[in-house]
Ligand binder design. Structure first.
Ligand code: DC
Length: 227
């Protein structure tokens, strides 16, 4: 079976990672959580008191950051300088700073280069904001996910609660909307739908239904590449 790249982009908490993980599992592909990388960089800056408005400090700090993923008990875990930070990077303090950090060009250059390296052998499902436009513009399948803002907030609320992370509904919604605003309006690779992306609105879809739709698209692309 041919190995394609599947790029999933969309606003915050619209179900990208759920769909990407489900697709990767069904197709036996790798999953690349690009947002986790921006979150790990943000965590490093916060924990090491790096002023991310200082361009020189950011460039120097990037030299000391190593991020990789490991699969442990079937779960994708993010490692920052050898430490499992999967839980820490989901905390609100990281969510509150990640969008300004992800708007910094030197940070993006570094992350995009690593992401492109991870996709060299294809057979990957990647999710983020610039995957179909900048990271893998030649991805065979590009999906742009959308969902209603209240539904997105409720999903994130449940997801955080399941991880034992306490946050108010309003705080979560304000953070989502603020990140959407920054991510969509930044100068360097803003979130936008690639011209050749397929839009899926999952507001009223279950996890199984969105997977079914996406798998149909993926299998069609794989058979076209195979032919
Ligand atoms: O997908 P996420 O919510 O974990 O992403 C966290 C932040 O990282 C998001 O607000 C914007 C940024 N991001 C980005 O700029 N480009 C990506 N490809 C992925 C995430």
């Amino acid at each position: 079976m041919k190995r394609i790249i599947i790029a999933i982009d969309g606003l915050s908490s619209c179900g990208k990672s759920t769909l990407a993980k489900d697709l990767a599992k069904s197709l036996h592909y790798a999953y690349l959580d690009s947002g986790a990388m921006y979150r790990a960089v943000t965590l490093y800056f916060l924990d090491n008191n790096i002023d991310y408005n200082n361009a020189e400090a950011v460039v120097n700090a990037l030299d000391n950051i190593e991020i990789h993923f490991e699969r442990i008990d079937g779960q994708n875990r993010t490692f920052l300088n050898g430490k499992d930070v999967e839980r820490d990077i989901r905390e609100m303090r990281v969510s509150e700073h990640v969008s300004p950090v992800a708007a910094i060009s030197s940070v993006r250059r570094d992350m995009v280069k690593q992401q492109q390296g991870m996709g060299k052998r294809r057979a990957i499902v990647a999710d983020g904001r610039d995957i179909g436009t900048v990271v893998f513009p030649d991805a065979e399948l590009k999906i742009f996910l959308i969902a209603d803002a209240d539904v997105r907030t409720s999903r994130r609320h449940l997801e955080l609660a399941a991880k034992g992370i306490d946050a108010e509904w309003d705080e979560i919604q304000n953070n989502l909307l603020e990140r959407d605003r920054i991510d969509s309006n930044r100068a360097d690779s803003p979130l936008r739908q690639a011209d050749d992306a397929v839009v899926i609105d999952n507001t009223l879809l279950s996890e199984g239904q969105q997977l079914e739709k996406a798998l149909e698209l993926a299998n069609q692309k794989i058979s076209e590449v195979d032919a």
